[in-house]
Design a protein around this ligand. Structure first.
Ligand SMILES: [Fe+2]
Length: 286
């Protein structure tokens, strides 16, 4: 059976892609951020996941404000990137696993989540930059992209995204193939790109979110979307992707690594690595 071995949360700021292209990983501005991935690289080298389910938000490459699914999932064997206009190189395509995608779709729709099913899907920097950060040698696993609307209000709630993740986690757990799956949530943490609060960062709230993701993720579901916008900034709502990632870790979760660096392009850049151990079912006494 398939199993979810762990999860990673990471920022996906477009300028990271430019820094990678220009090989600036050791520049003083970038080093504290890129160094935060060494522990992730070590874990990936040891665990070797076959598949990464990536929760992220599309920034207009695939969906735009006129047609914005709340939740969408790729069901293809390849996901291409295209020029997004950020001045970063177009990434190579990521491989998909349509059979696993359809299994997840069947299970998750069966549980009441009305996903938009995409047999063709472009992936933007919210997917390709995390892949480049986590597998800098280009040895990417197969991906299943799940897109969550964090752009066009009304957005899904923190609770709904967490529950989506739990449903995806349950779906993976009953997939009959013997594959190691990891989950990734991209975006955030606190940032606001425009308006009077442009440049807003909330270190205290970011820390609370990272702490509670491990200890008590359900406690975060009490925040409404307007509260998240107020506390994390207009684009800080990308944390919804992290909530889905955490939801998919349905076993016993422990934090193996955390890095938090301010700022990268007006964003609080964060990286977390979680291990997910299956819960041992205890036999009832005879
Ligand atoms: Fe973003």
């Amino acid at each position: 059976m398939a199993r979810v071995i762990g999860g990673v949360g990471t920022t996906h700021v477009p300028s990271i892609g430019k820094a990678i292209a220009d090989r600036k990983q050791n520049d003083p501005y970038w080093k504290p951020f890129f160094d935060g991935f060494h522990a992730v690289h070590k874990w990936l080298a040891s665990e070797k996941p076959d598949v990464a389910v990536v929760f992220s938000n599309d920034h207009g490459l695939n969906f735009f404000l006129d047609k914005m699914p709340t939740f969408a999932i790729g069901a293809a064997n390849e996901y291409r990137n295209e020029d997004e206009g950020w001045g970063i190189p177009v990434s190579r395509a990521a491989k998909g696993n349509a059979a696993l995608s359809w299994h997840i779709i069947n299970e998750v729709v069966g549980e009441g989540f009305d996903l938009t099913m995409c047999q063709e899907m472009l992936v933007d920097h919210a997917v390709t930059i995390p892949l480049q950060l986590m597998w800098p040698n280009g040895d990417w696993p197969v991906i299943v992209p799940v897109s969550i609307n964090t752009v066009q209000h009304p957005l899904p709630s923190m609770a709904r995204c967490y529950e989506l993740g739990r449903s995806v986690g349950r779906a993976i757990a009953c997939y009959p193939e013997n594959v190691k799956v990891m989950v990734i949530g991209t975006g955030g943490l606190s940032h606001q790109l425009d308006g009077k609060r442009a440049g807003f960062i909330n270190k205290d709230f970011d820390k609370l979110c990272m702490d509670q993701l491990v200890a008590d993720p359900e406690s975060l579901t009490r925040y409404t979307i307007p509260q998240v916008v107020e506390l994390a900034g207009a684009q800080g709502v990308e944390f919804l992707n992290w909530m889905a990632m955490r939801g998919a870790l349905t076993g016993t979760v422990s934090e193996l690594h955390r890095n938090y660096h301010i700022p990268i392009s007006n964003t609080a850049a964060a990286t977390v690595l979680f291990e997910n151990k299956p819960r041992v079912e205890r036999r009832k006494a005879a």
